[in-house]
Design a protein around this ligand. Structure first.
Ligand code: DGI
Ligand code: FE
Ligand code: FE
Length: 196
């Protein structure tokens, strides 16, 4: 029986050999940020670390390659996902985590699967990973990052609401197709936080 630490070291080696160096750095950074958030919110930090480490494992493939791979392995894509291919690496990443990395933990797979769009009724690990992906120290994507980094350790739902709002804003400005799951996630968090 291999222990958790050995497992993580093995996964790191595998990812380092397959991902571009900055993507690997991002994955490590997300895994440590997941640990910190898990400690804050009382979630098992070993599981959070694993979710963070593997979340972008499918980023080594381009959009078309991902679509072909999903077809090959019967990972069903919606019409909307095909029109917003940036989201597909999350769904295929969850497939890879299960079938290539041998992870069977349902909460880890769920967190990887929804890390790009979010979704309604997200669980604690889903939120931790979504947020860690934005606030990790090497990341520079959201406009109000300093505030989000502070808020993430105060209130997960409020942070989800703010991050989804800024993602939708960004996607609208880019004039790109928006996966309805992203909108549903936004509406869900708007509702439960009353959009405060
Ligand atoms: O994989 P990362 O770069 O670490 O980050 P990510 O998985 O959160 O997001 C990848 C991209 O996906 C990011 O530029 C935002 C974009 N995205 C998120 N939701 C949607 C989306 N793109 C489209 N077209 N539609 C969406 O609904
Ligand atoms: Fe991603
Ligand atoms: Fe990421």
């Amino acid at each position: 029986m291999i222990n958790v630490d050995e497992q993580i070291v093995t996964y790191r080696k595998q990812l380092k050999s397959k991902l571009d160096p900055m993507r690997y750095e991002h994955s490590l950074s997300v895994s440590y940020t997941c640990i910190a958030l898990a400690m804050r919110y009382g979630y098992d930090f070993h599981r959070a670390e694993l979710a963070g480490l593997l979340h972008d494992c499918a980023k080594r493939y381009g959009d078309n390659e991902l679509i072909v791979k999903c077809q090959k392995h019967n990972v069903e894509l919606t019409e909307e996902e095909r029109n917003a291919p940036a989201v597909i690496h999350a769904k295929y990443g969850a497939w890879m985590a299960e079938h290539k990395f041998g992870v069977h933990d349902k909460e880890i797979l769920s967190a990887i699967r929804c890390h790009t769009t979010g979704k309604a009724y997200m669980g604690t690990l889903d939120k931790i990973l979504y947020i860690a992906d934005y606030i990790e120290p090497r990341r520079n994507k959201a406009s109000n990052l300093a505030e989000m980094r502070f808020l993430a350790f105060q209130d997960l739902n409020q942070t989800m609401y703010e991050l989804l709002a800024s993602t939708l804003d960004y996607l609208k400005k880019k004039n790109t197709d928006i996966d309805p799951v992203t909108r549903q996630a936004y509406e869900y968090f708007k509702n439960i936080t009353k959009g405060e």
